[in-house]
Write a protein that binds this ligand. Structure first.
Ligand SMILES: NC(=O)c1ccc[n+]([C@@H]2O[C@H](COP(=O)([O-])OP(=O)(O)OC[C@H]3O[C@@H](n4cnc5c(N)ncnc54)[C@H](OP(=O)(O)O)[C@@H]3O)[C@@H](O)[C@H]2O)c1
Length: 325
């Protein structure tokens, strides 16, 4: 038996229970990992509240973690028992001392990356990798708008943009978060709780507006985001921190300048082992070279997952948060 967080019904943080659990023995193509650290992500809140449906109940929670390989199923050749590994996809259940998942979703960690850092950056860093290197291949010189620039994904995005020579305008909700985003490489920041975002983007870009808007806030920012784009530019809607964008009339893309829009996910990009490994290699190189540093600003015990999620949902966190089994 091990301990894990699970939920039997959707709802607030109180539905999360810390229970005894018998981890599944790894089947063919699977690996069992003893987690040393678990990543906390906004997507975990979507599953807990029911915005995204869990495949079955009671359900484990979380998809990101790092630790040591404890057992392997048949046919797994790229891992061995004792390897230090990390993962960011696969079945719900990483909020656990031990997690079993498809080995194809697991990468061996280079010596220079510790488990805390890996758990704090796999999901968020691979997301920034595909958003900046694949969804739109930023080459340097572009101006982009990135919402929630002091958060987990945002803090990595600011640093990656700086490396690429991209002017990232980051939105934030406080002066402290603005300072943090600037330190991480944001070219400019806008407090979207006080300032007119479209007007500020106009001023900052001398009327040229943005090549891409990366919007993970969703409902509250959707229309503002469209207004910050150049004609024929790309809107990347990749999250719902304020609620899901619903009821869109696609005619709005015509009205606002023949815009493009995409709603991508990490699973849609890291969908083969080859693609997953290439993305990990890119991320790990950024981490090992020190070009991107992971700010683990919050650490909670695994059993305090509800408290950790509450902090994330109420905008109290910055950078990354990990849970410690
Ligand atoms: N599609 C994908 O592949 C993918 C993958 C990973 C993450 N994501 C998305 O990326 C976003 C960031 O994830 P994260 O885990 O790194 O979280 P995070 O950015 O650390 O936290 C969310 C941030 O969103 C901002 N926010 C704005 N309105 C909010 C509201 N009404 N309630 C709560 N927060 C609000 C807050 O920053 P301010 O206080 O500065 O406003 C908050 O700190 C999430 O939307 C997540 O779903 C998508």
């Amino acid at each position: 038996m091990v301990k894990r967080i699970q939920f039997a019904k959707t709802g607030g943080p109180e539905v999360l229970e810390f229970v005894d659990f018998e981890p599944k023995a790894p089947g063919a193509g699977e690996v069992q990992i003893r987690n040393q650290a678990v990543g906390l992500n906004f997507i975990d809140i979507y599953f807990r509240t029911g915005l995204y449906p869990a495949p079955s109940m009671p359900s484990g929670l979380g998809t990101e973690g790092a630790g040591v390989v404890e057992a392997l199923g048949e046919g797994v050749t790229h891992l061995k028992v004792g390897d230090r590994v990390a993962y960011a996809q696969g079945p719900l259940g990483s909020y656990s001392e031990v997690h079993t998942l498809p080995a194809a979703k697991v990468a061996v960690l280079p010596d220079g990356i510790d488990c805390d850092t890996a758990a704090a950056s796999m999901l968020k860093g691979l997301t920034v990798q595909y958003l900046m290197r694949q969804t739109f291949e930023l080459k340097g010189g572009e101006t982009i708008l990135w919402h929630a620039a002091a958060g987990g994904v945002g803090s990595i995005a600011c640093q990656w943009a700086r490396e690429l020579g991209v002017k990232l305008i980051g939105t934030v909700s406080s002066p402290e978060k603005a300072e943090l985003a600037k330190q991480n490489g944001a070219w400019a920041t806008i407090d979207y709780t006080k300032e007119d975002v479209v007007e500020r983007v106009k001023e900052l870009t001398n009327g040229a507006m943005c090549d891409v808007v990366y919007d993970s806030v969703g409902k509250d920012t959707w229309e503002t985001s469209l207004d910050c784009l150049k004609p024929r530019a790309l809107m990347v809607s990749f999250g719902n921190a304020s609620g899901a964008v619903e009821g869109v009339n696609i005619g709005i893309l015509n009205q606002k300048g023949s815009l493009f829009v995409t709603r991508p996910s990490l699973n849609g990009y890291a969908d083969t082992r080859e693609r997953f490994e290439a993305m990990c290699n890119d991320l790990f190189a950024m981490l090992e070279s020190g070009k991107i540093k992971i700010d683990i600003a919050q650490r909670f015990a695994l059993e305090e997952a509800g408290k950790a999620q509450q902090a994330l949902a109420s905008r109290k966190t910055t950078g990354s948060t990990i849970l410690l089994p």
